[in-house]
Design a protein around this ligand. Sequence first.
Ligand code: ZN
Length: 305
Amino acid sequence: MRVKELLQRFSKRAYSPLRDEEAVDGGVGSSGLVEIRAPLVITRIQSQPEFQKHRAQINAELAARQEAERELAQTFPSFTTSGFCFVCQKRTQFLSSWELAFNVGGHLEMNWREHLQCPRCRLNNRMRASVHLLMKIIAPTRESRIYATEQSSPLYIYSLMGENSSKKLRHEDLTQLSFPTHSFDVILSFDVLEHIPDYRSAFAECARTLKPTGKMLFSVPFDANSVRDQIRAQLRKDGTIEHLLPPEYHDDPRNPEGCLCFQHFGWEMLEEMKQAGFSSVWALSYYSREYGYLGDNQIQFLAEK
Ligand SMILES: [Zn+2]
């Protein structure tokens, strides 16, 4: 699913600020009753100590979530979980499987982030949450100039990996964008920045091309228990790749071998973004059983110019 397609799909419904509190379950249902949903609670966090404080405050809630998730994670290879899709604005049965499960001390734990796919819009947990956060926090209008990095970076990596890009599809190098300064109101980047070895330059280019009031919403692999970024691979001066940790490839529809993950991020990323030209950066922590945003690491990021 490309972000552009996602936005087009969503814009058919409402490209105006849509609040989940106002969302109704398919309009007036057969019962004639309008269902009012609980708002998605989003906590803005700026540092690891703040995160730890937040976790301590909701300690009982965290235990209850874990308990509920254990019950929801059925032992079948694939299973469904009922909930409400914010993108479709409909009640649905989210699809999950044990693919990409984490091996924790010898037993498997569900990778909820990459599952809970809505059968209608086909978006998984994190993608639906990205749309939800976009509509709730940024609330773009039809006039908003939005740049989604997904269109470019897989190709960037594709060329980095030494493939002959004979097709010469037009693409942007996220570390060297061709757009003028102050071009965009919004930049969206969902699980892309981990594939760019020079991610600091990518942050700086995003900051440069955003308007002074611009905002960037993004997701990356993030370890909330780590201050430092974890550099898994880096690019040598001669263009070859040095692996510091076992190579990790993420699914890429355009490349059957997948896309190499150069780093996972830690809390120092927020400071790195400020150094790159953003004034404020927040981790957005959220969770919802209702919307199918399950899993212990429900965090995406908002950076303001
Ligand atoms: Zn959906």
